[in-house]
Ligand binder design. Structure first.
Ligand SMILES: *[C@@H]1O[C@H](CO)[C@@H](O)[C@H](O)[C@H]1NC(C)=O
Length: 335
């Protein structure tokens, strides 16, 4: 259970200073729209829709040569106020009659005031076992692949948790849960933690990073020689509030589950996470070096309510509320 886990972490931290520390914070929704500055830069109306959190420099084109995110952003939905990064993901429900409704996000335990959004974690390596190098300006990455439908191709660290209650943390699956989840579906996205040390954003947005060559980040597994630099573990949890969609009479008649990613994936195996780094100055490096645990006095903070005030205008203007006859952008759904 998350709260117990945190208490354990805090307890351990008191016994053994500077171990197992991590940053954990909330970022509310910034905007929901069909933009994707990573995959479709400059395009107003990307093929599929996203629910975006973070800094207000989010726009169709985020070319690092002309955009310095931290100096141009004026607000962020994150409670660490120097984090102007952007992160995104979105889910729909398809009723038995074929129509779609957007599944709202709901805040995590401890962040109840947030307007949907995500819980973000940045974890350094365990104290005394080396250091992590924070991401550099212009760094971006994607983990997972929206066109993938093969379970064996899903990175082991991209999963779903069927929440029986707000504290459920076991039973992670790579497919969408097959049964109704009373307290929602949590999407867990753990990014690779090893970097090639030089490439900020390759054309595929992913070959510059890798998972440890053996073990895991948590077990301090070594980085492969091709990607020798340890970076913080970026992890996000997104909770989709499925409670309004758990009536089995509305589920497909063949007994399959009814949720679909905004890009038409009914399996869940196209799960992916997008990240545009945008921390101010060396704030993230400082936080990693000081082994902040959950709270971080060294960082500039704002309240969840202040973060909720930060929004950007939806410039695409799709109708995304109510029951829709097709996914925004006309994305086809898997047969
Ligand atoms: C489709 O099903 C949903 C869920 O039961 C319902 O709310 C909606 O009104 C239905 N739409 C049509 C066009 O029948």
């Amino acid at each position: 259970m998350q709260l117990q886990l945190q208490h354990t972490v805090v307890g351990l931290a008191l016994l053994v200073p500077n171990t197992l520390a991590l940053l954990r914070f909330s970022c509310s929704q910034l905007v929901v729209e069909r933009l994707d500055p990573l995959v479709n830069p400059g395009v107003t109306g990307s093929p599929h829709i996203h629910q975006i959190i973070g800094g207000n420099t989010f726009k169709p084109s985020m070319d690092p040569n002309s955009l310095d995110i931290p100096s141009q952003a004026t607000c962020t939905t994150c409670t660490f106020a120097d984090d102007f990064s952007n992160y995104w993901a979105i889910l729909f429900f398809q009723a038995r009659n074929g129509t779609f409704k957007r599944v709202p996000q709901k805040p995590n335990v401890g962040f109840e005031a947030a307007k949907g959004g995500m819980t973000i974690y940045y974890t350094p390596v365990i104290s005394g076992q080396g250091k992590v190098t924070a991401f550099k300006p212009g760094f971006r990455m994607i983990v997972g692949d929206p066109i993938n439908r093969a379970e064996s191709n899903v990175p082991r660290q991209l999963t779903f948790t069927c929440l029986k209650d707000a504290y459920t943390r076991d039973g992670e699956t790579k497919n969408f849960p097959k049964q109704p989840c009373p307290a929602g579906i949590m999407v867990n996205v753990r990014f690779p933690t090893c970097w090639d040390g030089k490439t900020l954003d390759p054309p595929d947005h992913s070959s510059h990073v890798a998972y440890p060559s053996s073990g895991t980040f948590e077990s301090n597994g070594p980085c492969p020689a091709t990607h020798p630099v340890k970076i913080p573990q970026l992890f996000y949890e997104v909770i989709f509030d499925t409670a309004a969609f758990n009536n089995k009479a509305d589920w497909p008649a063949d007994g399959s589950q009814p949720f679909v990613w905004s890009f038409g994936d009914k399996s869940g195996l196209g799960n992916h996470g997008d990240y545009v780094f945008g921390w101010k100055g060396d704030a993230l490096q400082k936080a990693m070096d000081s082994n902040c645990n959950i709270n971080c006095p060294a960082l500039k903070s704002q309240t969840i309510q202040q973060g909720n005030q930060c929004t950007v205008k939806d410039i695409v203007g799709d109708n995304i509320e109510g029951w829709l006859t097709e996914l925004p952008g006309g994305m086809a759904v898997d047969k």
